[in-house]
Write a new protein. Structure first.
Length: 128
């Protein structure tokens, strides 16, 4: 059994992205977006559910914008353009579930730049 006190685990991670668990159909990832940072506009071929643990930000999904804060949850269906921005003075901390997995099992990306570089190099592929 995998068990996490997810808010605590997410808040203790300084990494931009850390894959906590990968299953056959879903993947659990924690993220920390620094002040003035963002995930970056993207489109996935998988569904994504993001839950915000701390900080404040803005969710942009298919052109619609909403402010997000602790306790908020945003669903991003596959194929939808989206971005999440940190609008506050503190890190924007969240956990996200992808279905099916989107990243390499066990991946740790310390910064957005590292995450982007590894994705572009094909080194962040989900398990086959």
């Amino acid at each position: 059994m995998e068990h996490y006190t997810i808010a605590t685990v997410a808040e203790q991670s300084p990494d931009f992205r850390r894959v906590l668990w990968t299953g056959k159909h879903t993947q659990l990832v924690i993220m920390t977006i620094p002040p003035d940072g963002e995930i970056g506009e993207e489109v996935h071929e998988v569904d994504q559910i993001l839950t915000f643990v701390s900080g404040t930000g803005k969710a942009i999904v298919s052109g619609q914008e909403r402010n997000v804060a602790q306790g908020d949850l945003v669903v991003v269906p596959a194929g939808r353009k989206h971005n999440f921005l940190n609008t506050g003075p503190n890190p924007l901390v969240l956990y996200t579930v992808y279905g099916p997995p989107e990243h390499a099992d066990g991946a740790v990306h310390k910064t957005k730049e590292e995450a982007d570089r590894l994705e572009e190099a094909g080194k962040d592929e989900p398990p086959a």
